[in-house]
Design a binder for this molecule. Structure first.
Ligand SMILES: [Zn+2]
Length: 315
């Protein structure tokens, strides 16, 4: 349990960074575009904080995580999804129906709301047995859930999603699987990690890798190709250079990505509001990414929040 002093310091750091915000990165935002339309064969991706991404081609929409409930850091002993916040967020994102909602792993900042998002949008909840146990605890019918093994793929419209073996940033927090139906309210730490995925999302001959947490399994992405990586950078900036180098090599260079779009860099303990508000770690991570991007010819772009963007713009 963190001391009050540590918590206060954390809050001060978050406050300081709220002031710094994203002003220095305006030039690096992916351009906002019109929502994808059916028949045009294009694709938009909308970032709504942490690792929640809405992929939409005008015919089919799928979402990673679907995490919208914000819980103050001092209230993690008893958490539950905020149905109003979820409904408001889906409306704000223009989501009516989803084919699938796919948590990248089962920690609360990814999977807490996923079964509710499935209920609200008609989506299939897809992921690990841990994620399915969250769905069961929330009484989502079995027919609305699908458990996949590493290496398996599933198609939704013109999207093909492959679930690749990955690893979490080694924090030691809530590791292991969720072994039985998980009811709420519950402690945040009961939302155990379960399987961690790199999601390879293929669409119309191009591909995007979604890496939710800044961890990796050496060699797991060998032979895979992705044009763009949505790269989880939570906690990455604080890691030593060898770790960051290995992460870049294993997740970005191994798939030959031409662009990296950082995700999981916002403070999810504060209300969504107009956010996202960067964590203190964000700036250090960005410095690292800019340098590596320059050295390796990889374009680094930030995702505009709550707006559709073209992930392949200019590539
Ligand atoms: Zn996690």
């Amino acid at each position: 349990m963190k001391s009050i002093a540590t918590l206060l310091l954390g809050m001060l750091a978050a406050g300081a960074c709220a002031a710094a915000g994203l002003d220095d990165y305006k030039e690096q935002m992916l351009p906002v575009v019109a929502k994808a339309e059916a028949g045009k064969k294009n694709l938009t991706v909308m970032f709504t904080g942490v690792a929640t991404l809405l992929f939409d081609d005008g015919e089919t929409a799928i979402m990673t995580d679907g995490f919208f409930t914000r819980i103050p850091q001092n209230a993690l002993r008893s958490i539950r999804p905020d149905r109003d916040a979820i409904a408001r967020s889906l409306q704000r994102a223009g989501v009516k129906t989803l084919a699938a909602v796919i948590p990248v792993h089962s920690h609360f900042d990814h999977a807490l709301d996923s079964p509710i998002v499935a209920q609200e949008t008609g989506a299939l909840l897809v992921g690990s047995s841990s994620t399915a146990n969250i769905g069961k605890g929330y009484r989502l019918p079995d027919a609305r859930m699908r458990v996949l093994n590493f290496g398996e793929s599933v198609a939704f419209g013109r999207f093909k999603v492959t679930f690749l073996n990955s690893s979490h940033l080694p924090t030691g927090y809530a590791t292991g699987p969720i072994t039985g139906p998980l009811t709420v309210p519950n402690s945040a730490s009961e939302f155990r990690e379960g399987d961690c995925y790199s999601l390879l999302i293929e669409h119309e001959g191009r591909s995007i890798l979604v890496q939710g947490s800044a961890g990796f399994v050496p060699g797991a992405l060998n032979g895979r190709k992705a044009d763009v990586v949505y790269l989880g950078i939570g906690g990455m900036g604080a890691r030593g250079e060898p770790y960051r180098d290995a992460y870049w090599q294993e997740i970005v260079r191994s798939v030959g990505a031409k662009r990296v779009v950082p995700i999981h860099w916002d403070n999810f303990f504060i209300p969504l509001g107009d956010g996202p508000v960067p964590n203190s770690d964000f700036y250090r991570s960005m410095e690292f990414l800019q340098a590596r991007g320059k050295a390796d010819g990889v374009d680094i772009r930030l995702p505009p929040a709550w707006k559709p963007a073209d992930p392949y713009s200019g590539l």
